[in-house]
Design a protein around this ligand. Sequence first.
Ligand code: FAD
Length: 189
Amino acid sequence: MQDQIAARVRAALAPVLGDDALLELDEPRFQAEFGRRFGDHLGPVAAAGPRWSYPLRLVHAERYIDTRLVLVGDAAHGTSPQLGQGANLGLLDAHSLARSLAESGDVAGAMDLFARRRGPSNRFYRSASDLLTPFFQSDSVPLAILRDLVLRQACQTPFVRPMLTGVLAGLRRGWFSADSLDADGRYPL
Ligand SMILES: Cc1cc2nc3c(=O)[nH]c(=O)nc-3n(C[C@H](O)[C@H](O)[C@H](O)COP(=O)(O)OP(=O)(O)OC[C@H]3O[C@@H](n4cnc5c(N)ncnc54)[C@H](O)[C@@H]3O)c2cc1C
């Protein structure tokens, strides 16, 4: 269990710190900075391996399909983490691919259907996540205050709250369109 926790922390730490200079700190200073930023929720934390970091980048393949090839998940689209949708979008890609294959008479038709179904939604999440980035990943106090005020209010506003839930459930297809779950609570892709 400790190993698992260590692995998760190791994976999460670098993008959150986001500053290569921090990776050069000696161990006590790094631990102090870690504690300052994360609090003591995890108890004592020991390094499980070398520190590393990587830039968070938006990537979106020009097309998801080619001859004997289909891209899903992060291979097709990597977003910034603001909406926490990376894994969700990958699962929806897989679900859509399976449905498209089941519904189409041939593989080529299924691939086209899959790309048409997932493209708009993935483009929306890429743009929305990008738009939110400065509100979550900057040192700007006004942006942070604005974010907290608007999101707190939005979560308590009757018409906005279900829309936000739909965003987090991966149901948006664009800024002005969204899917609904079907009568059995399943994704209608
Ligand atoms: C720190 C962090 C926090 C995140 N938080 C969230 C979150 O809160 N919510 C959320 O939804 N998403 C989150 N994500 C994003 C999420 O983890 C990814 O979007 C998701 O894992 C993508 O799934 P995937 O299957 O497409 O790719 P991956 O999970 O990257 O899986 C690809 C797999 O392919 C393997 N592989 C690569 N090359 C080869 C090869 N040549 N041969 C064989 N295997 C190979 C890799 O080892 C890997 O196991 C987070 C990501 C990070 C890094």
